[in-house]
Design a protein around this ligand. Structure first.
Ligand code: EZ4
Ligand code: CO
Length: 402
């Protein structure tokens, strides 16, 4: 079997998606997600200028060797752009493998460890009452786990709050919007917010929260400790993950479970966090973490340390990634939870999906490979539109983490 051609499909059905399509001499093709929010064209350039020419003529069944060709073989290592391109290649090759063997992806990486995967929804409210309403709405849809974000009193444009009431999408057309931040207002409000959520919805509902990289270790320790009585499923990205040692301080102070790493891209971002058991959930998704080949190693490594998966799954990750993630989550033993933000309907004009939501869980059907297809003619009707993630400043103007 040989790779004869590959191409990148860049489309914007409501938001930008990059998809790699690898074509073989046996009529079988595979799809991989290569979307990196706001940096789409950087990944496209790497794929088109280097990866695609280098793929032609290779045997697509050699997923391990091809992974190392693009990781170990390339001198400039790591980084989101490089690893997103490698992820797309790897995903597309596993899609081909499944189709060629006429079996769904999960059968190639361990078979079914479960029939369906628990997902969490998003409640993004502009204030306390709006947030409680949004939680009620998601619970009504059948979700058993809900991430709760809320506008912070005294802060305009906080992270995680929808501009219109329909859905939350952080990237905006053109150059970055400037959002605002005040750590002390946030820290004062959060325990109160979660107290109200627990009071309203009881103890059964799994609650999650994303601090979005904004706290120092000691601030994060205070938050984790004060949220402890509300038994969060997890507190996400309490500190920026660049300093892995920073998590030690939080761990010493609190038993609130920690999820980290949606911006990570290799196993080396996780070594201290995993071996010192400083976290509980891996956030790095297939699309940014080197695809199935690399993430299987990360998940297996994490499993030795009692750490589970909780992959990033926002709307800026395409249906190809989501379907691949469901297969992956079905197969591994140490699955924890999967983020699920449903795409807008228009996205499903372009991507034909094989997964469905029911009673708080996602499942895939038994279509061979990953099981998602792309309608290239429809994709061409929605050309790329520049859009960026926001930047963030403290109320005194200081540039801060978004
Ligand atoms: O900021 O997907 O947990 N989810 C998140 C997301 C990310 C966006 C970045 O593209 O933190 O909202
Ligand atoms: Co996050």
């Amino acid at each position: 079997m040989k790779i004869t051609d590959a191409k990148v499909i860049l489309t914007c059905p409501g938001r930008n998606f990059v998809t790699l399509k690898i074509i073989t001499d046996q009529g079988v093709y595979g799809l991989g997600d290569a979307t990196l929010n706001g940096m789409e064209k950087a990944v496209v350039a790497f794929l088109e200028s280097y990866c695609i020419p280098a793929l032609i003529g290779k045997d697509p069944r050699n997923t391990e060797d091809i992974w190392h060709y693009f990781y170990r073989g390339v001198y400039w290592k790591r980084g989101s752009v490089t690893l997103t391109a490698i992820s797309a290649i790897d995903m597309a090759l596993w899609d081909i493998k499944g189709k060629a063997l006429n079996t769904p992806l999960y059968n190639l990486i361990g078979g079914k460890s479960r029939d369906r995967v628990m997902v969490y929804a998003h409640a993004n409210g502009k204030d306390l009452n709006d947030t409680l309403e949004k939680v009620a709405r998601e619970k009504e849809k059948g979700f058993l786990a809900i991430r709760v974000q809320s506008g912070i009193p005294g802060i305009s444009d906080a992270y995680g709050v929808a501009k219109d009431s329909k859905f939350y999408e952080p990237a905006h057309k053109g150059l970055p919007n400037v959002e605002q931040w005040d750590t002390s207002k946030y820290l004062n409000y959060l325990p109160y917010l979660f107290g109200k959520v627990r009071e309203t919805f009881g103890t059964d509902l799994h609650l999650l929260h994303d601090a979005h990289h904004r706290l120092t270790p000691v601030e994060a320790a205070r938050l984790a400790k004060e949220l402890e009585p509300h038994h969060l499923f997890w507190l996400e990205d309490p500190v920026t993950g660049e300093l892995q040692e920073g998590l030690r301080l939080i761990r010493k102070q609190s038993s609130t479970p920690i999820a980290i790493g949606e911006v990570f891209n290799t196993i080396y971002d996780y070594t201290t966090l995993i071996t010192e058991q400083l976290i509980d959930y891996i956030r790095m998704p297939l699309v940014h973490g080197g695809g199935i080949t690399h993430m299987k190693k990360v998940a297996d490594f994490a499993s030795v340390y009692h750490i589970q998966t909780g992959f990033h799954g926002a709307t800026d990750l395409s249906p190809v990634n989501l379907a691949a993630a469901i297969h992956f989550n079905m197969a591994i033993n140490n699955f924890g939870i999967q983020e699920y933000m449903p795409h807008q309907e228009i996205v499903h004009e372009v991507f034909k999906i094989n997964y469905r939501f029911k009673d708080g869980f996602l499942s895939v059907d038994d279509t061979p490979g990953i099981g998602v297809d792309i309608d290239e003619e429809k994709a061409s009707r929605y050309p790329y539109e520049m859009a960026c993630l926001p930047v963030n400043r403290k109320t005194d103007g200081t540039m801060f983490y978004w």
